[in-house]
Design a protein around this ligand. Sequence first.
Ligand SMILES: Nc1nc2c(ncn2[C@@H]2O[C@H](COP(=O)(O)OP(=O)(O)OP(=O)(O)O)[C@@H](O)[C@H]2O)c(=O)[nH]1
Ligand SMILES: [Mg+2]
Length: 367
Amino acid sequence: MLGWFRKKKKNKKETEETLAPQENEAISETSSEKNDAEQIVSRTGEEIASEAFAGAEQKGFFGVLKERLSKTRDSFVKRMDALFLGRKEIDEDLFEELEEILITADLGVGLVQEILDKARDQVRRDELNDPQALRDVLQNIIKEYLVKMDGLGELAMPESDPFVIMVVGVNGVGKTTTIGKIANKFSQSGHRVLLVAADTFRAAAIAQLKIWGERIGVDVVAQKTGADPSSVVYDALDHARSKNTDVMIVDTAGRMHTKVNLMEELKKIKRVIAKKLPGAPHEIMLVLDATTGQNAISQAKLFHEAVNLTGLTLTKLDGTAKGGIVINVCRELTIPIRFIGIGEKMDDLRDFDPHIFVEALFAENNV
Ligand SMILES: Nc1nc2c(ncn2[C@@H]2O[C@H](COP(=O)(O)OP(=O)(O)OP(=O)(O)O)[C@@H](O)[C@H]2O)c(=O)[nH]1
Ligand SMILES: [Mg+2]
């Protein structure tokens, strides 16, 4: 589990210091830009919040996760349960139908073959005949893929320097929203957070980040649309140092993983950060949209090649039946999944815990 959001102990300097008023950068921002972004962000917050938040309180942490994974549960576990219910024994027909279910749930052909081969072996070895026993076998095999992520790539936050997180990914995957959610968690646990608008392609992108900043109550460093993203991060590091920032999170523009010049720009941002603050960025997080299915793997491979990723977040697991991609990501990559996004609002980001994830996916309906 990540220790990033442990309550921060205040040091002497901070305790004595009266917090200066937030000194956001002064860039001019037209009201239409702001309206654009307000629409994006207010939709993410208010509309879903009232229903989902009330639900969250009643159902509890596990219940909410289970509910948000319901599309994947329906396409995968519930179909599997229905299949097993009608069968008295484990035979090759059962395996064939199971294969189709697993492929539809976007586990990927290679992974499905591997899972079924392991399951067949175990059924033979343990002389299993009851389809319910096969359910347990499958749950354990899937869990084995996910727990490989346990303890992988743990990151200790630096003692005095700001902890720098650079967030990357293709367009629209949920980078800015995830940054808002992470920033909120850090801020809630007493860390001083700085958001950096290095997505300078669109005015609305800068304004969107600023609204998150305002809402959470953290500083945002930005420049004008079209500014060099590297120069934005350069300024931001000065700001971070002068304000005793604990965590600096850099939002970058969405880019196709196949566009070489755009990947070069990311490398440059990384270089500029590293030159100014050796050891940083400490975390280069790729955000993947779970609804894209198998394409997520090639995105991850190309971003990793370019900037050497240290962590992943899989978003929109609430909106897809293709949640099986999580298992494939664990099989194909050795980059830890830090978080999963299970909705649009501020609280809808969870630490990725393989054990809890499998439990939620396989939970019986009445659990
Ligand atoms: N259902 C759901 N929607 C999400 C989740 N995460 C993000 N979104 C939505 O995805 C959409 C795109 O999110 P952004 O954060 O703007 O994505 P981005 O990657 O910053 O986009 P660009 O900056 O344009 O590349 C928004 O409508 C978000 O509310 C999630 O976990 N679940
Ligand atoms: Mg964005």
